[in-house]
Design a protein around this ligand. Sequence first.
Ligand SMILES: Cc1cc2nc3c(=O)[nH]c(=O)nc-3n(C[C@H](O)[C@H](O)[C@H](O)COP(=O)(O)OP(=O)(O)OC[C@H]3O[C@@H](n4cnc5c(N)ncnc54)[C@H](O)[C@@H]3O)c2cc1C
Ligand code: SF4
Length: 329
Amino acid sequence: MHLDPFELHRPTTVDETVRLAREFAGQSDYLAGGTDLLPNYKMHLNVRPHLIALDRVDELVGITPERIGAMARLADVEREPTLRAGFPGVVSAVGEIATPLVRAGGTVGGNLLVETRCFFFNQSYFWRQSLGFCLKADGDKCHVVPQKEKCYATFSGDLAPALAVVDAEVEIAGPEGRRRVPVLGLYDATGDGIKRTRLAPGELAVAVHLPKASRGRRASYRKLRVRPSFDFPELGVAAAASFDGARLSSLALAVGGLETYPRRFDALTEPLVGETLTPERIDKVAEEIRRQVRPVHNTFLAPDYRKRMAGVFVRRALGDLGPSSGNAS
Ligand SMILES: Cc1cc2nc3c(=O)[nH]c(=O)nc-3n(C[C@H](O)[C@H](O)[C@H](O)COP(=O)(O)OP(=O)(O)OC[C@H]3O[C@@H](n4cnc5c(N)ncnc54)[C@H](O)[C@@H]3O)c2cc1C
Ligand code: SF4
């Protein structure tokens, strides 16, 4: 596997970065740590001739208790004391990503915008050619759900669900100016699964904003994977809650690693505000989520097993939040 030649651009400001993306519309990708993009390029997955490197754009770096720059390295988030104290679920999820080496190079923006995964897609060009290409790269059919013209590749980032449950927002800069969206607003859950985000052409993730109101919430991130030292999630459950005495004053739960997009289950958690988090209520939420999720057969573990484990992991993540248990991983 080799990298085809590309032209590298190295802007220093957000405006210049967005201008370059507009100039090379449809012909460029942003390059952050490269830990996802460059292996994909080596497998000849949707290669583009221009790469716009983000490493010299000052505005994208830095971590404060309220803001994480898109180019912040995952390893720096993991080490940051103010985040460990204020957003333990986020730090816990980051600690579960890949390996220390990948976390040293991978960035927050790159993890939120990581390409979706499927075992018919994350393969070399020759492997894919021998089977017949698929909708997501070079082909016209899906090998997983052939009767549909849609891609079901799995969203495999650990960070997005953990940020979603603390109501984090992503600041985006683009040709039309700046805007902010809730983290899950990045993903186009109604789309064809091929274009995985709602970002308009040339839009750039600048930073993640962490609301003051969410700081100090009890939080948990529970991850199912094959090799605990290394692998992408086969399922990731994030939960966060605050309590007024024994009663919930907020509760949010999000699931990733299971379907094409991470999602929150507000319709199940919001009615519990004002209640105590009893084992019976936890069981009810867990069972309903198990019923609702629809993994397909495109990762290592069988979809029936992942679906069943969704219930188990929701039960564990909510159990971690109990008033007496404190923050858990
Ligand atoms: C061996 C291995 C194991 C892994 N295991 C896990 C795991 O367990 N959990 C997990 O969550 N991830 C896992 N990953 C994925 C890893 O976390 C991502 O590769 C990393 O977070 C991507 O960050 P990056 O900075 O390298 O992004 P890049 O590879 O540089 O970019 C990734 C994508 O995001 C786009 N992009 C990057 N930054 C921006 C921005 N600011 N604005 C707009 N678009 C942007 C790029 O154009 C590209 O499409 C694994 C990766 C490897 C190699
Ligand atoms: S889900 Fe289908 S279209 Fe998407 S990557 Fe897999 S085989 Fe390709």
